[in-house]
Write a protein that binds this ligand. Structure first.
Ligand SMILES: [Zn+2]
Length: 377
């Protein structure tokens, strides 16, 4: 099918669920009550996704504290620590670099052991819909930068790379479990690689922050890119029979020399990634030209084109979305173009975004896909 519609992953959690999660940590709400709320929120998100007419849906990540930190809740070997424990100047470092991070961080402190990461979420969600499901997993390169601390992690893993390879091997087991469970699309989230679009001889601000907070060293642009691609390929090695995707963020910075450049900065190495689709952000100013990238894609590789903003509350018209898709038409066949928002609507539990606005945007997007199919398919 041409112009398949989907989402990147997360949706805002209902206020009741957020409040009860806080109370649960204080012992004021039982696990059973919390599970009931999660179930209700998941069912509601899925009903709304169906109503919006999406072709491929997610469970909305209602069970996850954030798209990356839930790994620490699931896989044994992590310890949740406050940012000030990791570095006494933690909060000051964030402020100085104008970076927002969750204060509670999952840091690796012991050897990892295998555990189900997302299959349980899929099993719980699939009873609510017969549509194909996408399930998201945090990438090894991302988890390495987010979780390896030079003091707290070195006894378990001497280097960040040792840890990243160990996580990649576990991730591959989960990819296979998800495939066997019947997931249609497994998307590996790699915002940390996306942010590398802002790096060069010097690291971008995220790697600068993790250097200061965790004591990790920047390897240089090409070496970072190489490592990220190798780790992705380790996690999907030998996997077939399921659609694999890699999602990257893009935060263009007006003062940066890389403004107006996109993921084409990662060519040609990026195309060595064993993936069926790249799911990418393209609605903000300064993100570059998607046609430049997709022209270089090998035969069969798809783009998940970001066509609605997850920052801006103004609902794009179907016509606006159609014009965004037209940027790549002619450079790649319609069957290889997927439509999605730029990113998840609420990657972390506390990120606010009005649910009605999110679904109005998705209805606009599915309307745009219908218009495009009439014109091109
Ligand atoms: Zn994203």
């Amino acid at each position: 099918m041409a112009f398949t519609t989907t989402v990147v992953g997360s949706f805002p959690r209902p206020r009741e669920l957020i409040e009860s999660t806080k109370k649960h940590t204080k012992g004021e709400v039982t696990q059973k009550e919390l599970d009931g709320l999660v179930e209700k929120a998941t069912r509601s998100i899925i009903a709304h996704e169906e109503e919006a007419g999406l072709d491929v849906i997610t469970d909305g990540e209602q069970r996850r504290s954030s798209f990356v930190s839930f790994v620490g809740d699931k896989i044994p070997g992590f310890k949740v620590m406050h940012i000030a424990q990791l570095n006494p100047d933690g909060l000051e470092i964030l402020k100085r670099n104008k970076v927002q991070l969750t204060y509670m961080r999952a840091v690796v402190t012991e050897k990892l052991s295998d555990a189900v990461l997302a299959r349980d979420e899929f099993e719980a969600a699939k009873k609510y819909s017969r549509k194909p499901f996408k399930v998201t997993l945090p990438a090894p390169y991302l988890v390495m930068w987010e979780s390896w601390h030079k003091e707290f992690s070195k006894d378990a893993y001497a280097t960040p790379e040792d840890f990243a390879h160990a996580y990649a091997r576990l991730l591959r087991k989960e990819v296979l479990r998800l495939k066997d469970a019947g997931v249609s699309f497994i998307q590996i989230d790699e915002p940390m690689l996306g942010d590398l679009t802002e790096a060069g001889d010097k690291p971008d601000r995220y790697r600068r922050v993790f250097n200061e907070l965790y004591g990790q060293e920047y390897r240089g642009f090409k070496e970072e890119l190489r490592l990220a691609v190798d780790l992705l390929n380790e996690a999907t090695s030998g996997v077939s029979g399921v659609r694999l995707g890699v999602h990257m963020d893009r935060w263009p910075n007006k003062d940066s020399p890389y403004f107006d450049l996109g993921y084409e900065r990662f060519l040609p190495e990026l195309l060595e990634t064993k993936t069926d689709q790249f799911v990418l952000e393209y609605t903000s100013a300064g993100t570059g030209d998607p046609a430049k990238l997709v022209k270089e894609f090998p035969a069969g590789m798809e783009i998940g084109l970001g066509v609605v903003s997850v920052q801006d509350y103004e609902v794009e018209s179907p016509e606006t979305i159609v014009s965004r898709v037209k940027r790549v038409i002619g450079s790649i066949e319609p069957e290889r173009i997927w439509l999605n928002p730029d990113c998840g609507f609420a990657p972390g539990m506390f990120r606010t975004f009005p649910t009605d606005v999110a679904f109005a945007k998705l209805r606009s997007m599915t309307k745009a896909a219908e218009m495009l199919r009439k014109e091109y398919a």
